[in-house]
Design a protein around this ligand. Sequence first.
Ligand SMILES: NC(=O)c1ccc[n+]([C@@H]2O[C@H](COP(=O)([O-])OP(=O)(O)OC[C@H]3O[C@@H](n4cnc5c(N)ncnc54)[C@H](OP(=O)(O)O)[C@@H]3O)[C@@H](O)[C@H]2O)c1
Length: 273
Amino acid sequence: MKNPVQIVLLTGGSSGIGAATAQMLHDNGMIVYAASRRGSLPDGIQASSTLIPVKMDVNDADGIEAVVKHIVQQQGRLDAVVCNAGNGIAGAIEDTSEHEARTQMETCFFGAVKTIQACLPVFRRQGHGRIITVTSVAALIPIPYQAFYSAVKAALLIFTKALSIEVKPFGIQCCSILPGDTKTGCTSARKYTEASQDKDSPYYERMSASVGKMEHDEQNGMAPTVIARAVCHQLKRRRMSVTVTPRLDYKLIGLLSHWLPDRLMLWIVGLLY
Ligand SMILES: NC(=O)c1ccc[n+]([C@@H]2O[C@H](COP(=O)([O-])OP(=O)(O)OC[C@H]3O[C@@H](n4cnc5c(N)ncnc54)[C@H](OP(=O)(O)O)[C@@H]3O)[C@@H](O)[C@H]2O)c1
């Protein structure tokens, strides 16, 4: 049976989960526009007329509009958008400036919002379209010293759910994928806030130990292909799930976050970090 999705715009295609997803969607017969600021694919992934790297910053609304317009001109349609581009900041809340917090919000939340808003008119006109956001289990579990990252992913998760209600009458489906620790470039791309690097900060030692543990878990985490497989599976299904948490252990963590009393949940997270 032919894939319901043929033409895909994917953000954050130059590295990690996005690069693995671009490759997997392409291997499954889709034409993929893999967007990133670098505008390239990593070593080992070959660009072609059906796996197309695109230079695009998700913070630039005009640039996104131009890319969407170009795809529709070239292919006559756009079937799906995967909003995966993201980065993380680390540091205690008291050690994070408003500017640093807003920067986190810009790329991970408004970057996805701008990308989705550019695609929606096309999807509505077509009477079909699929939107996948890549959020995180950090949207369910509050992560200390990465509170702004956690908050932004939670915002994008609830946004995706609300969006799915608004756009359902137009034949548009939405899904959010919630990865757990995954071995990608996100660890080296993470920026520590300026004040958090001051050894005199009262948070310095606990923050360094906690984020160090999180980074160790990421670098020993699952392969990005695990997340890519989940994205690909959703795009090939007739009806997408609303949320998907890949791998059983993270599914269980997600379930516990709903079932456990908050006090117990926070105690466990506090023990871990
Ligand atoms: N790795 C994990 O453990 C994990 C866990 C949960 C969720 N996630 C989420 O998974 C997504 C992918 O992250 P990753 O782990 O694969 O990290 P990564 O290897 O660092 O990849 C991040 C991608 O986002 C792109 N990007 C960043 N800022 C951008 C911007 N302003 N405009 C366009 N593209 C931008 C980067 O490309 P350029 O630098 O070339 O622009 C890169 O391709 C993120 O949303 C992340 O929060 C990751």
